[in-house]
Structure formats: structure tokens, C-alpha cells
Ligand binder design. Structure first.
Ligand SMILES: Nc1nc2c(ncn2[C@@H]2O[C@H](COP(=O)(O)OP(=O)(O)OP(=O)(O)O)[C@@H](O)[C@H]2O)c(=O)[nH]1
Length: 814
């Protein structure tokens, strides 16, 4: 078996004896619930060298020492077989180790047994006797049990009979030599730090040889033996007392002096139970530095190494134990810690904000660390400290998930607050948008930062930069969207304003046609746009718009204003409206006189001249609606639109003009015919002489009618019908119908005659002109088709003469 000097030193330095707190528990105050089970012996190593039990369960549930830390002690007893070891232990500690039957004298204790001393924090190991009678000359178990026991025990009780003192084998000197050698392996460098107490109990002490002599003999023998054992060069000068304390006591013969025996056992008991006793055996520097909760693992792993003859490297064992136990402790605490924080996870996942997260989590973590420190802190400092970092890291990692959820929720909340605030703020039209935005942004970020900072766990490198940046990004995007929406809203309102202004002027002015109509309309458009643009500029003051943004929107306002203007003009120049206006204009001249009274045509009136004048004026009106008569340059100046072309100003194109004109001409043609007929009507009065002549000449016919009942009856019926028509005011319409029918028949006849004449002329002359016809009605209609009022229509040409328009006036086609 080997052990490096460094590692052993390290082990010993890790747990200096003076640092081990072994607060003693007063025996009488100890509460024992189940005395029997606690003092029942358990075999931990059987005769086949197998470790047979799981001590952790007993430590925790039977002996209740698991949470004692360093406050527990281990004592082992060595000695020859059947020398009353078990008897002594049972007397001292009220244990129930098996005692040999007096008659058989057979070995009773096989392997290693353990039990708790009654009402105490002491664990007692009863080790198989060493005489080798049962195991023959085999010393292997003896050596292994010595190695194991020495590794874990603070006190070794060496049980010898008085008469064996001085006898090498009988006084267990062979065993002690083994112990010393094993000690050199285990605790080579512990010199003065961790010691073991060898308590010699000299049994059947008679007093013939004084106790002091016996102890001197034993001490001398032990020192001599120490000198003789092989030691590393550098420890050749070490003494027994560097590693062992010796204590000697005696007990009288149990059989012969039972009372004395009992009395001295009671006295001896004090050394184990009473820390105040001057001979109290469990001194701090005997403690092996293994905490109670790690004892079972440690003992098991030591035996494992010993049993299979592996090098027993105590530092490594302690290191492994520390690693194992620190992990176990951390695991248990982390599990509890997770339970503690689980409730917050649901809250956070549901989007809630944990206001006191930082405080709560720091406390939870602190509590877990305290638990870890109090348990794991008893193990090797280096391992404890390293594992503590892992443990802390693990908790931090768990909590970081919560922190990220918290940040997510904080970010959402802050963003939502910001949005609500901005939505509320923009309701005020007069707000200074950019400033308001910045104020709310700053507040929102400050709120986020404050809680994000407070939610942090101390001593971590957690940060919220990503979430903060994301929040800022979202805020900025929302700000930009809101700004655009607001500007759009302002633009829309301003455009509405333009529309209202144009609506207030265009229809009225288009209804009241006059000479400078287009100039006035151009002026109105200009005023409306300027008004809207000024309004726009004043409303966007708080929006920190760039010049190009303003320019672009102003352009857009101008463009939409122009579109509205065009649309309104289009609405006011539909076919029906234009026809109504033309008819009104025509009738104004043709049907009404200067005083606005309806004209009654008579034979002397020059209907044709009136008709011609009225038609010319009406057609002059249509030219007014043919195109927007504002110069392109002026429109460019007003609207800022550079791409205004002549065709953009056209209202009525050539095709539409033709259709309109054709409709209009059909309408006025009827008025012309009406006028002509009314002349015929007013001039066809019957002369008086004709009536007188008719009465004279018709007298006979009148008498004949009177006398003839049939004719009289027909005459009467005719008279009654006429009277009835007169009474019901239907006479005039009936007469009118009759008259029209007659006139139409008359016109048909005339047309027929005219066409016949033309046909004859074509046949006769070949080149004869149709215009040679002199028929009244037909002439009038031809006049309508051929005589275009060029004077008025050429108004565009006047423009052309000013260099503004070309000569392709649409109405030239008329
Ligand atoms: N002479 C004498 N006999 C004792 C004393 N104490 C116990 N015995 C007797 O010694 C015998 C052996 O006792 P155990 O206590 O079983 O001895 P042991 O050393 O534990 O025996 P193993 O475990 O088998 O090694 C028993 O018969 C006891 O009665 C004592 O103080 N003096």
C-alpha cells in the first residue's frame, strides 16, 4: 500500500483537529425513543470480509446521528479472543454485543460489529479477537480490520489480561505492531495533528503489580516496538507519542470481584460519557474529520479498499467522500430549492411580473447556500469550495430562466404601457409629438431598467441588454408607425379641408357661368391649397419632420387638391348638366324676351335670327366647358405639379362634343318648330265677312240639319261632346292633338314633295344643290346643321393668338 507524502499532508491540513467542533451531548438529556433498536448490534463486516450493511440508513433512522456533523465519536475494541471484550462493551455502553457462552469457550465475535452506545453519540465497534486460533496463522483479517478500524476510530481500546502483560502474543503485541505499521501508512504526516488514543484496559487486575509498573512495561515495549517498525527515512526519528496517546486503566476480576468490577466499570464509564472528566477520551484531535452524514460512505469505501488490498489512500478517500457528499448535499438542497421556486414559474409563464423577484430569489438562494455551507462545509475545504461554486452556478442557472421570463414580461409590460400612453397622448391634436414620444420612451425604459435591475440576483453577471435593446427597437418602431399614422391623419384632414373649400366654391361658380370663370376657379384652387398647406405645416410642427418629408407631403396635398378640383369640375360637367346649361342659355335668348317674359311669336318676328343668336350663345357656353381654361404654367405654380399637360385640362373631348351637340341640336330643333307653329296659330284668324258669308250661304244647310232628325241628333251629340270637353278643360289638348296630327300630315306631304323634287333635280341636273330648296321647315333644319357659330367657338383661337393654345380647338368639329 502506498501513499504520497503530499496528499496525506493535504488531507491532514484540510481538517485540523482543532477545527473540528464536537460539542458533546450530555448523556442524560439525550432523548431515546427506541432504546432497543439503537443499541442492537449490526454486523458491518462478516467473516468473509464482506461489508454487509448500508450504514447510512442506521445513521439516519436508527441512531439519529445523521445530522450531527462532527458531533459523534467512534471507538473500537481490540484484544485476544474470549477476553471479555464484548462483556466490557455491554457493561460500559449498554450495548448488546454477543457474549461467549461460559461452557463452549468458542469464539463469538466474528467480523466487525457496530452498535450505538446507549443514550449517546458514540458508535462502538466490536472487532473479532486476534488470537488466530479460529483463523489459524492467517493474519490477513487482523491486519485488514486493524487498518479499517484505525482509519475510522478515535479511540482504540486494547483489552488485555494482567497476566498477559509482557507476553508478546498474549498482550496483543503482534496486533499492536500491525497497528503501528498500518498507522505509518495512513497517517504518516499527521504528526501532532491527528492522533489516536490507545486505551489499555488491564482485566482481572489483582493489584499485585502496581498499575504504574504495568503501564511502564507496556509503554517501554510499545516505544521499543515503534522504534523497530520500518519507517520512511524522513520519519525515522518520529516517536510513538507523535501519533498515539497512551492511557492505562484496570478492572478487577469480573467473576471473583463482581461488585468491585461493577463499581470500577461505572467509574470507567465517565471517561466515555463525561466531557468534564479529566480522563475524557474523545479529544478533538482524535477525530477523523468525517462528518456524520458521510460516515457510512466513508466506512464502506475504506473497507472496500482494504478488503481488496487496494492502496488505502486516505486523502483520496476523503477527497472522494467529499466529492460524493458535497454532490449529494447540493442535490438534496437544489431539489428543495426547486420546490421553493416552482410556484413562481407558473406566475411568470402566465405573464405576471414578480415585483420582488430580486429580494425573493436572493433569499431563497441564500437559504440554500446556508444549508449547503452547514452540511458540505465539514468536508474537505477545497472540494466544498469548488462544489459550492458549481452549486451556486446551478442555482443561478435555474434562476436565470426565471429572470429571463421576468425580463420578457417586463419588456411586454413596458411596451404595452408605452403604446397605451402614446395612444392616449395623440388624442390631443396640439401635442408636441416628438417631445411626448421621447418623454414616454424615457419613462418606459427607466421603468424597465429599474425592475430589471432590482430583479437581478446578487453576484451574477446577468444583464438585460438584449431585452432592453429589443424594447427600444419596438418602441422606436411603434413611434415611427404612430408618427406616420398621425402625419397621415393630419394630411387626410388637411385634404378634407381642401375638399371642403373647393366644394364651397366650384359648384356655385360652375352654376353661375360668367366670363372670368376659370380665372376665379384657379384662384379658388390656389387659395384652398395655400390654406391647407399652411394648416398642415402648423399641425406638423411637433413632429420633427425632415424637409424632404414636409416637401413630399406638401406635394401630395397639392396633387390631391388638384385631383379633387378635376373631379369636382367633372361632376359639374356631366352630359346632363351641360345639356341643361346649354338649353337654359338657349332658352334665355330664344324663349324669353329682355324682360324675362315668354315670347309670343307673331308673323313679324324674325324667328330665324333669334334662333341663330340663341344657338350661338349656347354653343359659346359649351366651349367654356370644353377644357379647363387656366394656363398650364399657372396650374404648375398652384399645384407644384410639373407634369401638367394640355390633355390633362381637357374636359370634353371631340367625340363627346359631337354627341352633346347632336343631342342639343335635336332639342332646340323642336323649340324652333314650336315657334314656327305658334306663328301659324296666331295668324290664322277667320275674317268676319267669311263668317257672315258662311251664315248666309249655309242657312239652307242649317235648316236641313234641323229638320233632319239624324243630322240633328249627330249635331247635338257633337255639340254635347264639345261642351263636355270644354267643361272638363280637355278641349284645348284635344284640339292641340288634332292640330299636331294635321300638321304632321301636312309636313309629311311637304317632305314627300321636297324629296320628289330633289330626286327630279338630281335626275334632271346632276349637280343641282340640295341647298337650293326653299321650303321653310326644311331650310330651317339645314341651317341648324350647317351654320356653325364660329365666332364664339373660335374663343380658343383667341387664346392661340396670345400664344397659349394651338388652333386645334375641339369645337371646330361642330
Ligand atoms: N476472567 C474473566 N472472565 C471474564 C471477564 N469478563 C467476561 N469474562 C468471561 O469471558 C468469556 C468471554 O467473554 P466475551 O465477552 O464473549 O469475550 P470476547 O473477547 O468478546 O470473546 P470473542 O468475541 O469471542 O473474542 C465469557 O465467558 C465471560 O463471562 C473478566 O473480567 N474476567
Amino acid at each position: 500500500m502506498t501513499m504520497t507524502t503530499d496528499t496525506l499532508n493535504e488531507t491532514l491540513n484540510e481538517t485540523p483537529a482543532e477545527q473540528i467542533e464536537t460539542t458533546e451531548i450530555p448523556v442524560k438529556k439525550q432523548v431515546v425513543n427506541d432504546n432497543d433498536s439503537r443499541t442492537t448490534q449490526i454486523q458491518i463486516v462478516d467473516e468473509n470480509k464482506q461489508f454487509t450493511t448500508i450504514l447510512s440508513d442506521s445513521m439516519k433512522n436508527v441512531w439519529k446521528l445523521d445530522e450531527n456533523g462532527f458531533n459523534f465519536h467512534i471507538l473500537s475494541i481490540f484484544g485476544s479472543q474470549s477476553t471479555g471484550k464484548s462483556t466490557l462493551l455491554n457493561k460500559l455502553f449498554n450495548t448488546k454485543f454477543q457474549v461467549m457462552n461460559e461452557e463452549s469457550r468458542q469464539q463469538t465475535t466474528k467480523g466487525i460489529w457496530i452498535s450505538q452506545a446507549e443514550n449517546s453519540n458514540l458508535l462502538i465497534l466490536d472487532v473479532e479477537g486476534t488470537d488466530g486460533r479460529e483463523r489459524g496463522e492467517e493474519q490477513d483479517f487482523e491486519r485488514k480490520s486493524a487498518l479499517f478500524t484505525l482509519a475510522i476510530s478515535e479511540v482504540l481500546v486494547i483489552n488485555i489480561w494482567e497476566n498477559m502483560v509482557g507476553l508478546y502474543q498474549g498482550a496483543n503485541m503482534g496486533l499492536l505492531k500491525t497497528v503501528f505499521e498500518v498507522n505509518m501508512q495512513l497517517f504518516l504526516q499527521q504528526q501532532g495533528k491527528i492522533k489516536t488514543l490507545l486505551l489499555f484496559v488491564i482485566r482481572d487486575f489483582t493489584g499485585r503489580t502496581p498499575m504504574s509498573n504495568l503501564s511502564d512495561v507496556l509503554t517501554n515495549e510499545l516505544n521499543k516496538m515503534w522504534k523497530d517498525i520500518s519507517k520512511p527515512e524522513e520519519y525515522s526519528e518520529s516517536t510513538l507519542s507523535d501519533y498515539f496517546d497512551l492511557m492505562f486503566t484496570s478492572l478487577p476480576h469480573k467473576i471473583f470481584l463482581p461488585d468491585q468490577f461493577e463499581k470500577e466499570v461505572l467509574e470507567l464509564k465517565e471517561r466515555f460519557y463525561n466531557p468534564e472528566d479529566s480522563n475524557y477520551v474523545f479529544k478533538p484531535n482524535y477525530h477523523r474529520g468525517i462528518p456524520a452524514d458521510g460516515f457510512s460512505n466513508y466506512a464502506e469505501s475504506i473497507w472496500d479498499k482494504v478488503a481488496y488490498n487496494h492502496d488505502l489512500d486516505i486523502p483520496t478517500q476523503q477527497q472522494l467522500l467529499a466529492e460524493y457528499r458535497c454532490d449529494e448535499i447540493a442535490k438534496a438542497i437544489v431539489s428543495e430549492f426547486q420546490n421553493d421556486i416552482a410556484k413562481y414559474k407558473e406566475m411568470l409563464e402566465n405573464g405576471e411580473i414578480l415585483e420582488d423577484m430580486g429580494k425573493i430569489f436572493n433569499e431563497v438562494r441564500e437559504k440554500a447556500l446556508e444549508l449547503y455551507d452547514s452540511s458540505a462545509g465539514r468536508y474537505r475545504k477545497e472540494v466544498y469550495a469548488r462544489k459550492r461554486i458549481d452549486f451556486l452556478e446551478k442555482m443561478n442557472t435555474y434562476l436565470h430562466v426565471y429572470y429571463l421570463l421576468q425580463l420578457r414580461n417586463l419588456e411586454k409590460k413596458a411596451y404595452s404601457n408605452f403604446k397605451n400612453n402614446i395612444t392616449e397622448a395623440v388624442k390631443d391634436d396640439s401635442l408636441f409629438f416628438v417631445d411626448t414620444l421621447e418623454n414616454h420612451k424615457s419613462k418606459c425604459i427607466e421603468d424597465f431598467k429599474k425592475l430589471a435591475e432590482e430583479s437581478k440576483l446578487q453576484e451574477t453577471t446577468w444583464n438585460y441588454t438584449d431585452h432592453l435593446n429589443q424594447l427600444i427597437k419596438e418602441i422606436d418602431e411603434y413611434g415611427k408607425i404612430t408618427k406616420d399614422q398621425q402625419l397621415n391623419k393630419i394630411k387626410k384632414n388637411v385634404e378634407k379641408n381642401t375638399l371642403n373649400l373647393l366644394n364651397g366654391s366650384i359648384p356655385i361658380k360652375m352654376n353661375n357661368v360668367r366670363e372670368h370663370l376659370w380665372d376665379e376657379l384657379g384662384e379658388d384652387l390656389s387659395k384652398a391649397l395655400n390654406n391647407s398647406i399652411n394648416q398642415y405645416k402648423s399641425l406638423i410642427q411637433g413632429y420633427d419632420c425632415t424637409d424632404s418629408e414636409v416637401d413630399s407631403n406638401v406635394r401630395s396635398i397639392r396633387k390631391s387638391g388638384w385631383d379633387m378640383f378635376i373631379n369636382l369640375i367633372a361632376e359639374e360637367t356631366t352630359d346632363n348638366i351641360i345639356l341643361v346649361r346649354l338649353r337654359e342659355k338657349f332658352e334665355e335668348v330664344f324663349r324669353y324676351d329682355k324682360n324675362g317674359l315668354p315670347r309670343i311669336w307673331n308673323n313679324n318676328d324674325d324667328i330665324d335670327s333669334f334662333f341663330k343668336k340663341a344657338k350661338e350663345e349656347a354653343l359659346a357656353l359649351i366651349s367654356l366647358f370644353t377644357f379647363i381654361d387656366i394656363s398650364e404654367q399657372k396650374i404648375r405654380d398652384i399645384t407644384g405639379l410639373e407634369d401638367i399637360k394640355k390633355q390633362d385640362l381637357t374636359i370634353i373631348d371631340g367625340d363627346r362634343s359631337k354627341k352633346l351637340l347632336s343631342k342639343f341640336l335635336r332639342e332646340i330643333e323642336l323649340q324652333y318648330i314650336d315657334a314656327k307653329r305658334s306663328v301659324v296659330r296666331t295668324t290664322s284668324k277667320v275674317p268676319a265677312w267669311f263668317i257672315l258669308l258662311t251664315m248666309v250661304l249655309g242657312y239652307n244647310e242649317f235648316i236641313a240639319v234641323i229638320k233632319n232628325p239624324i243630322l240633328l241628333l249627330v249635331g247635338l251629340v257633337f255639340g254635347i261632346v264639345l261642351y263636355a270637353l270644354y267643361i272638363t278643360n280637355l278641349l284645348k289638348p284635344v284640339l292641340r292633338v288634332i292640330r299636331i296630327v294635321i300638321q304632321d300630315i301636312w309636313l309629311q306631304i311637304n317632305n314627300f314633295a321636297h324629296e320628289t323634287k330633289l330626286a327630279n333635280n338630281k335626275i334632271g341636273n346632276g349637280n343641282a344643290s340640295a341647298s337650293a330648296s326653299t321650303s321653310n321647315s326644311a331650310d330651317s333644319i339645314n341651317y341648324l346643321e350647317d351654320d356653325i357659330p364660329l365666332t364664339k367657338l373660335n374663343r380658343r383661337k383667341n387664346h392661340n393668338s396670345q400664344g397659349q393654345y394651338d388652333s386645334n380647338a375641339t369645337l371646330v368639329n361642330f
